[in-house]
Write a protein that binds this ligand. Structure first.
Ligand SMILES: Cc1ncc(COP(=O)(O)O)c(C=O)c1O
Length: 280
């Protein structure tokens, strides 16, 4: 498998990352995941813009993102993924330096890694819907930054897995924020509700796209936090994300959502997004 590391495309086995790398030591880095459908990166501009913002917020030097855009295309091509569904993962850390909490010297090069991998879409789950559990949102207060420091997300997702669920959905101050690796939305009487943008959630590219699609499809939108106590009245619930796309949620904490089957608004949004990604 060919990957990109610090300026060169090379075999994955040849990549050597220092044990002093701040990504390894502190989780001091940012990342992006972009979907590639038959060689075409979906919403690449929005992903690179979010990457630029994450770097800026954490004051990590910008490693020429224009170059990385070409690298992403090259990785898809060189790994023979042009005719497949794939993901491109990009990670940038603050570089390698002796372990000190404060930033390393100005001239410390950032570490840049990118890889493309085949992606197996969860077709059956998209059809049948999935289940989630609710957990307290114990993450930091800058969830808007796509940082590689993901321990609370990792712990929550593992807890969901052990409970036989697909995703953990976080609750902060009695309201839903988002999933451990997805955005969350619910439908009440035909209106799509989702948490407004703030430091409590990642500005999901899929969420943004769905919010743009809704008015075009005559689906009203409400950007107020969904109270946990109201969730049981939701007619439909869904997860949103780059690889999750529009995933119907049919069970929350073992309780059925609506009639236990993916609802009509979810289905319409699922189809609309699918069409955009696959150009169907
Ligand atoms: C915490 C979190 N929220 C939301 C999302 C969905 O974002 P996007 O639609 O940009 O993939 C992700 C994706 O990984 C995520 O990790």
């Amino acid at each position: 498998m060919l990957v990109y590391f610090n300026g060169k495309i090379r075999n994955k086995d040849e990549v050597r990352i220092s044990p002093d790398d701040r990504g390894f030591v502190f989780g001091d880095g940012v990342y992006e995941v972009i979907l590639s459908y038959k060689g075409r990166l979906f919403r690449a501009g929005a992903h690179f813009e979010r990457l630029r913002r994450s770097l800026k917020e954490l004051r990590i030097r910008d490693p020429e993102l224009k170059v990385l855009r070409n690298v992403a295309d090259k990785l898809i091509h060189e790994n023979h993924l042009d005719q497949k569904i794939a993901t491109v993962y990009i990670q940038i850390s603050r570089g390698a330096a002796p372990r000190k909490h404060f930033f390393p010297a100005e001239n410390t090069p950032v570490s840049v890694y990118a890889a493309a991998s085949p992606f197996d879409p969860p077709e059956e789950e998209w059809k049948q819907g999935t289940s989630v559990i609710l957990l307290p949102d114990n993450r930091w207060l800058r969830c808007d930054i796509k940082s590689t420091s993901l321990l609370p997300n990792v712990m929550a997702c593992q807890q969901a897995k052990e409970a036989g669920a697909k995703e953990a959905v976080f609750i902060r101050d009695g309201a839903v924020t988002e999933g451990s690796h997805s955005s969350f939305a619910a439908v009440f009487k035909g209106t799509l509700h989702t948490c407004p943008e703030s430091h409590y959630i990642l500005p999901g590219i899929t969420r943004q796209l769905v919010l743009k699609l809704c008015p075009e499809m005559n689906i009203p939108v409400s950007l107020y936090p969904i109270q946990e106590s109201h969730l049981q009245n939701a007619d439909e619930c869904m997860l949103l994300g780059t690889t999750t796309e529009v995933m119907p949620v049919v069970r929350i904490n073992e309780q059925q959502v609506g009639d236990g089957r993916p609802g009509p608004v979810t289905r319409r949004l699922q189809q609309a997004l699918r069409k955009m990604i696959r150009g169907e």
